[in-house]
Design a protein around this ligand. Structure first.
Ligand SMILES: [Fe+2]
Length: 405
């Protein structure tokens, strides 16, 4: 199974994970074979990528969801209804929201040894809802790692779920506009934190600190955010948690104007702003829950070998189990085998392959793959240990991340 962006989907590919809309309705079932028409329709619906079965990277991928599909769909549906209520009747069913947050907290606490591995597939129209649910999940995970008690988690969760509620006041055309925004449109969007605060503080059942998350989630520690250009301790710690979750989820999502960034690139980007725009300890707390190379991603090792991440572990998030499919000359090998990087200190992941990189790999007949190395327990391949990473990359003809323009 692999996540493939819409531009790289081909007729004949088989859907590996079902896709639902924000109302919980099935858009596309697992097991369906894609046709030209299906792909066109997916693109019209605004779906940026899909999980598909892969003819090269075959076999099971072990990844537990931190939150069950059922709870996630239910939360997205609730949020969509909440937005509609606010738009049409001007009120929030606060009891239902509180109950949903309680359920999310229970489930996340129950699966708290698991790394985030899956990324939801959404239509662009549904982005606001499913994005907010994910921001809530990421924020709760960060809060748990920071040792927040139940009361704090609840305040944090409510605010994180409703952090963008002010967007009901922004026109949908502006929100989903693919191109650059005019100064007037930008100003419209930049009013959403204050609008959200005003909506939330009208509800006495919603904690005032949760409302402050809506108001402050676009501020930045170094004073570069909006609407009030607050800095440092002027920003409440809940908002400092949510702003990181918000940016991380936005980067790893497909948008109308770009495909999702690989998780590792998003981790690097946010890491580069830790201590400036973002609270360093909070960034570390979020990252302790995220697999930089999620199950299903295709990676190159420092030996030049290419494989797929099949299992991740919280004790060593960047050292997963990798199933090797290509030797260091990029020949497909007869019998893929697995390496647990947590037990191989000399081996490491150099980078995750982009769609373009993967499309350039030979998908045809399997090569003999060379003879086994005597004296090396890793069968099927000539021993490739000790090849420096740069040389392995050079040999592969693949680009390093960030050099593809
Ligand atoms: Fe926002």
């Amino acid at each position: 199974m692999r996540k493939v962006s819409i531009n790289f989907l081909k007729p004949g590919m088989i859907v590996a994970r079902s896709v639902y809309d924000s109302g919980g309705r099935l858009l596309l079932a697992a097991g369906i074979t894609l046709t030209e028409n299906f792909i066109k329709r997916l693109s019209e619906m605004g779906i940026g990528s899909l999980y598909v079965e892969d003819e090269v990277f075959v076999g099971d991928v072990h990844a537990d969801d931190i939150v069950s599909k059922r709870t996630r769909i239910k939360s997205v549906k609730l949020l969509k209804e909440t937005y509609h209520h606010v738009e049409n009747q001007g009120y929030i069913d606060t009891r239902t929201v509180q109950k949903a947050i309680d359920e999310l907290i229970d489930e996340i606490l129950g699966s708290y040894g698991t790394l985030i591995n899956y990324y939801e597939i959404r239509t662009y129209d549904d982005y606001t809802f499913s994005h907010s649910v994910d921001v809530c999940i990421f924020s709760l995970l960060t809060g748990i790692s920071l040792g927040f008690d139940r009361l704090k988690l609840k305040e944090l969760g409510i605010g994180a779920l409703l952090h963008d509620i002010g967007k009901v006041k922004v026109s949908k055309e502006v929100l989903n506009k693919p191109g650059a925004l005019t100064p007037d449109e930008l100003q419209q969007i930049r009013r959403h934190p204050e609008e959200g605060f005003n909506i939330l503080r009208r509800h006495h059942d919603i904690p005032l600190l949760s409302a402050h998350i809506a108001l402050q989630h676009q501020e930045r520690l170094d004073g570069s955010g909006y609407p009030r250009r607050l800095s440092g301790d002027e920003i409440h710690k809940y908002a400092r948690v949510v702003m990181i979750a918000d940016v991380f989820d936005a980067l790893t999502s497909d948008r109308p104007y770009r495909t999702a960034y690989p998780v590792m690139q998003a981790v690097d980007f946010i890491g580069s702003l830790a201590g400036e725009a973002f609270e360093e300890d909070y960034v570390a707390a979020l990252f302790s829950n995220i697999s930089p190379f999620p199950a299903g991603s295709v990676v190159m090792l420092n030996t030049g070998e290419i494989g797929q991440v099949v299992k991740t572990d919280k004790s060593a998030p960047d050292r997963p189990v990798v199933r090797i499919f290509f030797d260091r000359q990029q020949n497909r090998i007869n019998h893929p085998f697995e390496i647990d990087l947590s037990g191989e200190p000399s081996l490491s992941i150099v980078h995750a392959l982009s769609e373009e990189d993967i499309s350039r790999l030979p998908s045809g007949s399997i090569q003999s793959g060379g003879s086994a190395c005597l004296g090396c327990k890793r069968r099927e391949l000539p021993c490739s240990q000790g090849v420096p990473a740069d040389r392995a990359l050079e040999q592969s003809g693949l680009k390093k991340p960030g050099t593809s323009g």
